[in-house]
Design a protein around this ligand. Structure first.
Ligand SMILES: C[S@@+](CC[C@H](N)C(=O)[O-])C[C@H]1O[C@@H](n2cnc3c(N)ncnc32)[C@H](O)[C@@H]1O
Length: 291
């Protein structure tokens, strides 16, 4: 299984306002949301983005079932404005972003996202040069601590960074497992949560420029949406959700958006039972006003 889509029905409900519109799925992944939307709304079209080659393979596998109503762009969604302009796609009727990694990426030991991986990589787009290994083996103590604190809200950021620098004296840190051991030497597990969780989150966000990507997308969205067009973002941690909330509020106060989710929307108990990953998911949606 490539990935189980989170809140497909809620996403569709908030996103689709024009039954003949063109929509952007910024994060195709396994294509679950795209497939759901095309199935549910027979006259819409979708422009799908994903920067991961595996997602592109997935698109090719499903392409026939899309009956010519979807195209794929292998690019960072941060480049949405230029990528749409290049293809002479003007404004669109909706933008969906289901940010973060897919289960396929997370579970693939070769990608280095999971705690027991035999590599330290964490790139969603293998064409990008920066890996987690480079950060852990080459960055300075303060620089690393700042990353762990800023993107992981890790309270032990300084101690962990110091322990990494010490461990480097014994040789290169090659695997996620080795990094996990260093973190465990500094920090005790709290309940069931792996003590390396926050550092791994921070490295992933930094390696992939996740905050910058989302900020750019949110910044460009108002000028890419038709009046009545919608944006829906599914996020999985507080840093992203805060960004989305603040961006929507600012655009609403500038009369560019009407916020559709006065209260953030989360997955039902039923969905969480079937897909525990949905537990931390939050949807926020807004509609472009007519100004
Ligand atoms: C949570 S998964 C999306 C799953 C998808 N909605 C589905 O139903 O199968 C996130 C996907 O977004 C992609 N992604 C994350 N950030 C991206 C970015 N900045 N540009 C393009 N793709 C990105 C990842 O490669 C991954 O495949």
């Amino acid at each position: 299984m490539y990935h189980i889509s989170v809140m497909p029905s809620e996403s569709s409900q908030y996103l689709v306002n024009n039954p003949r519109g063109t929509y952007v799925d910024c994060t195709f992944g396994g294509g679950g949301h795209t497939s759901y939307l095309l199935e549910k709304h027979k006259d819409i079209k979708i422009v799908a983005f994903d920067w991961d080659g595996d997602a592109f393979e997935q698109f090719k596998e499903k392409e026939k079932s899309f009956s010519g109503r979807a195209v794929f762009i292998r690019d960072n969604f941060k480049n949405i404005k230029a990528a749409l302009a290049e293809r002479a796609i003007g404004k669109v009727d909706g933008i969906l972003a289901d940010v973060g990694v897919s289960s396929k990426q997370f579970d693939d030991a070769e990608r280095g996202f999971s705690f027991n991986s035999k590599v330290l990589d964490m790139r969603m787009d293998s064409r990008n040069p920066l890996t987690a290994k480079e950060i852990v083996n080459k960055y300075g103590e303060e620089e690393m601590a700042d990353i762990f604190y800023k993107y992981g809200e890790e309270r032990f950021s300084r101690q962990i960074s110091e322990a990494i620098i010490l461990r480097r004296k014994k040789g290169i840190i090659n695997t996620a497992l080795e990094l996990q051991d260093i973190i465990r030497s500094v920090k005790r597990p709290e309940g069931k949560i792996n003590p390396a969780t926050k550092v791994f989150q921070a490295l992933r966000i930094f390696v992939n420029g996740e905050i910058d990507n989302l900020e750019t997308l949110l910044g460009d969205a108002p000028e890419l949406l038709n009046p009545g067009g919608r944006i829906a973002v599914i996020s999985f941690h507080s840093l992203e959700d805060r960004l989305v909330k603040q961006n929507f509020r600012k655009n609403a106060s500038d009369n560019l958006y009407k916020i559709l989710t006065k209260k953030v929307v989360t997955a039902s108990e039923d969905e969480i039972r079937q897909n525990p990953r949905a537990r931390s998911a939050k949807i926020r949606a807004a509609e472009r006003t007519d100004v």
